[in-house]
Design a protein around this ligand. Structure first.
Ligand SMILES: Cc1cc2nc3c(=O)[nH]c(=O)nc-3n(C[C@H](O)[C@H](O)[C@H](O)COP(=O)(O)OP(=O)(O)OC[C@H]3O[C@@H](n4cnc5c(N)ncnc54)[C@H](O)[C@@H]3O)c2cc1C
Length: 397
């Protein structure tokens, strides 16, 4: 699946990531899934290969690479192990990119140092009663003297229990109880009293990375932990979500990588497996499946690369990121499902990676904005209209 338009450095970076993926990462993937243990050894491999914190500017110890560079690494890694691909997403995009764009000097140094030493930050937005309607969150940060006191519950937080740095979205209230907008607070697990990991979700796939419920009980933090985007708290949510467009491109890339991995397995198997005295790829029924799978993959890759390129010098464009994530996540599910079919009964066995890939890839139409809600984002951008989803037409965010 060669993409044109890559620089020689990008081709080298891609080769480095592919080598790692085909070697140690592929070897560990089934075990990571089976044991449900976070692959700290892979984190070390990513660190050594300089695939972590690549997008962090050089003055903070990173490499100042662009989104497409990160995408190339994530795509290659995810074809072998989606969990490792997600670690590469969250150490290059999402929370870390929000802090590097909007944080104070102190916040940037803290976050960069933690990520470069192998911490995958957690981004805490979703709540039990505020999923797609994230602006309806009830986690609150009340100003009390020279502190903020945070109370609330987040769930489905990727990395809960392994991540140390957390970026926690909360409604911010002044001392008089007036709501000022939504901000992101930085807190470090085990160093911040009141930040409690209270449950690990038993997930369908992506099992090597925990999804957790996190409770904030009178979590007391200084104002210096509040990340305030340049347009202030009133636009804080919109700006923080703009940074999140990088993570959406990253999520689409993981789905793409998984599907490419599954497609390659099916292609190879279709030559090896013989029925009726001939390789199964001599049957037109399967040839057309291969053709459709490859078309979806090429189209998805073009959308993902294009969305990544749109963000150079800033964040990926919201419309392009949403289009890429909807198409790629849905196509990837179809491609992996078809790839599994090529293997007949073997595809249904846990001895092959297809069933793991099918479980892993299913997530990507859900996490990071569902395919339905992202279609609303696409429609809103195309029509250039706010499309509030509440009955009274009032938009909270
Ligand atoms: C593996 C995984 C990892 C995740 N990681 C994180 C994380 O690290 N941090 C974090 O904050 N969150 C995370 N999430 C949460 C994720 O972002 C939410 O699950 C997602 O935003 C959807 O919210 P919900 O699950 O509450 O679904 P709901 O909002 O309850 O939606 C239910 C259904 O209704 C549909 N729907 C809702 N509103 C509309 C509408 N207006 N128009 C059309 N359809 C609509 C949805 O598309 C969906 O099909 C993760 C989720 C998963 C599965």
């Amino acid at each position: 699946m060669n993409a044109s338009g890559l620089s020689p450095e990008q081709v080298k970076l891609q080769a480095r990531a592919r080598e790692l993926a085909a070697g140690p990462v592929a070897k560990r993937a089934a075990e990571v899934d089976r044991t449900e243990q976070y692959p700290w050894d892979n984190v070390e491999l990513l660190k050594d290969a300089r695939l972590i914190g690549m997008t962090i500017p050089q003055q903070y110890g990173g490499q100042g690479k662009g989104w497409l560079d990160a995408v190339l690494a994530i795509e290659a890694l995810s074809s072998a192990c989606a969990v490792t691909g997600r670690i590469a997403v969250e150490t290059n995009m999402g929370a870390i990119s929000a802090v590097m764009a909007y944080g104070s000097e102190e916040q940037k140094k803290l976050a960069a140092d933690m990520v470069l030493s192998g911490d995958k930050p957690a981004i805490c937005i979703t709540e039990p009663e505020a999923g797609s309607d994230a602006g309806g969150m009830t986690t609150r940060a009340d100003k009390k003297g020279n502190r903020y006191v945070i109370n609330g519950r987040k769930h489905w937080i990727t990395g809960g229990g392994v991540s140390r740095l957390h970026l926690i979205f909360a409604k911010v209230f002044d001392e008089q109880g007036n709501e000022e907008g939504i901000g992101g607070f930085l807190a470090i697990r085990d160093e911040t009293k009141g930040l409690k990991i209270t449950k690990r979700e038993p997930t369908m796939g992506l099992r090597g990375i925990p999804e957790a419920v996190i409770d904030f009980e009178d979590m007391d933090v200084p104002p210096s932990s509040l990340v305030i985007p340049p347009r202030g708290l009133k636009k804080g949510f919109a700006d923080l979500m703009n940074a999140y467009n990088s993570q959406r491109v990253g999520a689409a890339t993981v789905a793409l990588g998984i599907a490419q991995g599954a497609y390659q397995l099916a292609l190879d198997w279709s030559e090896k497996r013989r029925q009726f005295g001939r390789p199964i790829n001599e049957f037109q029924g399967l040839q057309w499946k291969l053709a459709d799978m490859s078309i979806k993959l090429v189209a998805a890759q073009a959308l993902v690369y294009n969305a990544a390129r749109s963000g150079e010098g800033g964040f990926p464009d919201m419309l392009l990121a949403a289009q890429a994530k909807v198409f790629t996540s849905e196509s990837a599910i179809q491609v992996v499902n078809e790839a599994l079919q090529f293997f007949g009964a073997r595809g249904y066995s846990r001895e092959l990676p297809l069933e793991r890939m099918a479980r892993d890839v299913r997530m990507f139409t859900i996490g990071g904005g569902t395919a339905e809600v992202l279609r609303n984002v696409v429609a809103g951008a195309l029509l250039n209209k706010k499309l509030p989803q509440t009955r009274d037409g009032w938009s909270k965010s």
